[in-house]
Design a protein. Structure first.
Length: 279
């Protein structure tokens, strides 16, 4: 089994994309509307940020969770003991951000949110009736006016070979949110866990867009759409000396949105953040 990119402009794009999400928890789109030049501009400008000491002027706010998270406070994936080998910046339109870096991020945030709303519409349209009946409101409406949707600029630094045994760039995990939108990174490494337990490489062709199901959509769909386990493995050989920058947008509903009988988006998020040890 392998993940095959769906052409966003094709007549059957919606069906093929939702089928991939249903079967693997992931979908890959090509010929989508987000400009490659915009993504590359963000990669280039943020590499400079992570290479500088300026990043320490934007340390994260624990309550709001915006700003720079150094490697010393990097996440420990659920069920793991080693910190991931990464540092990252949390961007919200209302949060802190260097002035010179804000315009590109703001543009990307807006365009990716617009595309995400469309893709959530595809998912809803092609959900069986017994599944769509579970949604407390249209999926696209769940993220409307949400100030919780998070753009994370991730930096996986070059590896020295001195890293802790078993520590990898991002240990196996699932995302918390509804869906995640991710432009293919500038370096390979992202893998998805298949139903048989094997790991599949996610295509990293520059210009592809990777979308995956998060725990909240799994909860809202009664587990019809699976929140798939994924990881970022360490590179071998010459690739060890390269940084890897990644730009996931985590689509979060408003906290009051009812996901299921058990949870609102707010209660679900707080439960998971406590598990991760970041609050």
């Amino acid at each position: 089994m392998q993940l095959v990119a769906v052409d966003y402009t094709a007549e059957n794009a919606q069906e093929e994309f939702v089928k991939s999400l249903r079967e693997t928890g992931f979908g890959v789109l090509k010929n989508h509307p987000i400009q490659q030049s915009l993504v590359q501009g963000i990669y280039d400008s943020w590499q400079g940020f992570f290479d500088s000491e300026e990043k320490n002027d934007y340390l994260y706010n624990k309550g709001k969770q915006d700003g720079f998270f150094p490697q010393s406070v990097s996440e420990v994936a659920k069920g793991f003991t080693k910190k991931d080998i990464k540092e990252y910046f949390h961007y919200y339109p209302w949060g802190q951000c260097p002035d010179e870096l804000r315009p590109l991020l703001s543009q990307y945030y807006s365009e990716a949110n617009t595309l995400a709303s469309e893709l959530l519409g595809w998912i809803e349209k092609h959900s069986p009736e017994e599944v769509s009946n579970k949604y407390s409101q249209p999926l696209g409406d769940m993220i409307k006016d949400s100030d919780q949707t998070l753009l994370r600029v991730l930096h996986y630094p070059p590896l020295s070979g001195e890293e802790e045994v078993d520590a990898i760039r991002a240990a196996a995990h699932e995302d918390i949110n509804l869906i995640t939108i991710l432009p293919a990174s500038n370096e390979p490494g992202l893998q998805v866990k298949a139903q048989d337990g094997s790991w599949l490489d996610v295509p990293c062709d520059f210009g592809s867009l990777i979308v995956n199901i998060g725990d909240m959509l799994q909860e809202a769909s009664g587990h019809y759409f699976p929140s798939t386990t994924h990881r970022v493995v360490n590179p071998d050989g010459a690739d060890m000396t390269k940084s890897r920058i990644s730009l996931p947008l985590f689509l979060h509903p408003r906290p009051d949105v009812k996901l299921s009988e058990r949870h609102t988006a707010g209660t679900y998020l707080q439960e998971r953040l406590r598990e991760l040890g970041v609050i």
